[in-house]
Design a protein around this ligand. Structure first.
Ligand SMILES: Cc1cc2nc3c(=O)[nH]c(=O)nc-3n(C[C@H](O)[C@H](O)[C@H](O)COP(=O)(O)OP(=O)(O)OC[C@H]3O[C@@H](n4cnc5c(N)ncnc54)[C@H](O)[C@@H]3O)c2cc1C
Length: 570
């Protein structure tokens, strides 16, 4: 059957905050003259960004004490000095403009009594700079961007298309291949420029805040095309995952004054972060919770060890006004009303700090291809992201990459499209995967992968556990999971899941191998056998390159401008 060919100037993969912002910027810069397409494996408005709850960081009120320097320093210190400082400086400088721009586009930010946009405290930030709309920030930001996109006839959204590969011609990007999930047909997308905005990889874990769509697809597509993944060993554990499901209880609940309590009724953070208490950075708070649990000062809820998040002292009115979604979630999922009872929580896999290697402009090493949002590693987050920095990062690098891709299109020449690569991909999709002969149930493999990550790649790691993980993941890759029971073409979610499982296995392997090699503790990567940060050896970024036999690693320096690494105290 002939493969359909779609031609656009720019193809954006992903319709979360980063992808939508990139498309808007490309449309604006090109004044509607370029043809821009967004491909998304879900409906655009079901992208995971809608789940963001607590806030978007930016310095909005320098006249009230906040400053760019402070936001820069907090982010670098939070990153355990692994962030590239030039990227952090650019992020902080552009952040306010992005949030004001959203305001002008109709974003219903919560307001202070004086009518100005409201901001709340968030972990690791010295000032209240998490800009919010109750606890529904991501959904309302997405809705705002989606409405803006409707103004541009030059942008077409392909809902429910799954991108399977990047097509490159030497060192130049030429396009993608994708399956239209509705028909099951493979198509070629020819484009001068591409932007990967495919979100995080949190579903490599079983206990995670991430939705079922955050399956490392974009990481894998780039990795397989020869683009390195950077710092994949750094996975953020959010301190307040609802037990037993892992649903996020936003950091805003501590920002609004919630307490973390052990079974001795102590606010135990006084031992670990006496100044910041519950608003320490996430790596520190997660380690503190696990220390309390491991030393017998935790609770148990539905057979899971946990800590209590107590909001009761905030009072009914504040909880209803500032944290309505949290109350709805805890009541619906575990029957706990936080006005009356504490919430059982524990650290939960939440955010992928590493990602596709890019430079400060979001450009990947493949000419004509950019990456933005959670899938990209620019790197602003280093070894530990500060809460509320991600949504703003998506907006900032969405805008940067969208603008640069549009400029690039004016000079990029289209030429030979490597037909062989498409033929190979067709054979991979239909012969290797759809008609794959694996004997094992892929869902069993997925469950085993998630249990392995939950156990061996969690808050505290050891060489022994990581070695075991590295061996097990190789074995999981060998046991062929490429069995697709459902041979239907239309909406074959079974095939989709097999793609996603392959992506998660390969990307998890890059994370595990990177973690095993990194013999130090930095940010969210805590090795009990190497408990100290080692700047002499490890103040450097990991680059993992794909080979069919597993990743090879090499390293590049961290960019330091003003802030020499120091001990982190909170
Ligand atoms: C529960 C929760 C709450 C959070 N709250 C906050 C917060 O308050 N503040 C903050 O700063 N950060 C928060 N974060 C983090 C933040 O929401 C995310 O980092 C950010 O929204 C990611 O946006 P994105 O645009 O990079 O990707 P996403 O929004 O995840 O979008 C990814 C897109 O890629 C598409 N896609 C993926 N693979 C393919 C493929 N193969 N083919 C085609 N399309 C594909 C998907 O369909 C989707 O459209 C939160 C995260 C979670 C999980």
């Amino acid at each position: 059957m002939a493969i359909e060919t779609l031609t656009h100037d720019i193809a954006v993969i992903g319709s979360g905050l980063a992808g939508m912002r990139a498309a808007v910027e490309a449309a604006r810069v090109s004044k509607g003259k370029l043809s821009i397409a967004i491909f998304t494996k879900t409906h655009a408005m079901r992208s995971h960004s809608v789940a963001a709850e607590g806030g978007s960081a930016a310095v909005l009120y320098p006249d009230e004490g906040d400053s760019y320097d402070s936001h820069v320093f907090d982010t670098i210190k939070g990153s355990d000095y692994l962030a590239d400082q030039d990227a952090v400086e650019r992020f902080v400088t552009l952040a306010p403009g992005e949030l004001i721009q959203l305001d002008h586009w109709g974003m219903p930010w919560s307001r202070r009594d004086d009518g100005k946009i409201a901001q709340r405290p968030f972990g690791g930030h010295e000032y209240n700079r998490a800009t919010y709309a109750a606890d529904k920030v991501g959904f309302l930001e997405m809705e705002t961007l989606y409405s803006v996109l409707q103004k541009f006839d030059c942008v077409k959204i392909y809902h429910e298309w799954y991108v399977t590969s990047i097509v490159r011609d030497g060192d130049t990007f030429r396009g993608f291949t994708a399956i239209n999930l509705a028909t099951g047909n493979l198509a070629v997308i020819k484009a001068k420029a591409g932007i990967m905005a495919t979100g995080g990889a949190g579903r490599m874990y079983g206990f995670t805040t991430n939705g079922h769509s955050s399956t490392a697809d974009g990481h894998f597509v780039a990795y397989r095309a020869g683009i390195p993944l950077k710092d994949m060993e750094f996975i953020q554990f959010h301190p307040t995952g609802l037990v037993p499901t892992g649903i996020l209880i936003t950091e805003a609940s501590r920002g609004e004054g919630g307490y973390l309590i052990n079974n001795k009724t102590e606010r135990f953070m006084s031992k670990y972060a006496p100044q910041k208490m519950e608003l320490g950075p996430r790596d520190l708070v997660s380690r503190s919770e696990m220390t309390e649990i491991n030393e017998g000062r935790g609770f148990e809820f539905r057979e899971m060890k946990c800590i209590h998040l107590d909001l009761r002292h905030l009072g009914r009115e504040k909880i209803l006004e500032k944290l309505p979604q949290i109350r709805e979630v805890t009541m619906k999922f575990i029957g706990v009303d936080p006005i009356e009872e504490p919430i059982p929580i524990r650290p939960v896999a939440h955010f992928t700090m590493g990602g596709i290697h890019t430079d400060i402009d979001g450009a990947t090493p493949l000419k004509g291809l950019w990456a933005a949002g959670e899938v990209a590693c620019v790197s602003v987050n280093g070894a530990n992201r500060l809460g509320s920095n991600s949504t703003t990062t998506c907006l900032v690098w969405g805008a940067i990459t969208g603008g640069l891709a549009a400029q690039y299109c004016t000079s990029a020449g289209g030429s030979g499209f490597p037909v062989d690569a498409v033929k190979k991909e067709e054979s991979r999709v239909f012969d290797e995967l759809l008609r794959g002969s694996g004997s094992e149930n892929p869902y069993v493999i997925r469950r085993e992968l998630q249990s392995l990550m939950d156990k061996n790649m969690y808050v505290f790691r050891t060489g022994e556990g990581l070695n075991e993980a590295a061996k097990t993941i190789k074995a999981l890759k060998k046991r062929s999971y490429k069995r697709v029971e459902d041979k239907t073409k239309e909406y074959n979610t079974n095939l989709l899941h097999v793609f996603e499982i392959e992506a998660m296995l390969e990307v998890a392997e890059a994370a595990i191998v990177g973690a095993l090699a990194r013999q130090e503790s930095r940010g969210a990567h805590t090795r009990t056998d190497f408990p100290k940060r080692d700047d002499g050896k490890w103040l450097r970024h990991t680059l993992a390159r794909y080979t069919p036999d597993g990743p090879t690693l090499d390293y590049i320096p961290v960019i330091i401008t003003k802030h020499k690494p120091q001990e982190r105290k909170y």
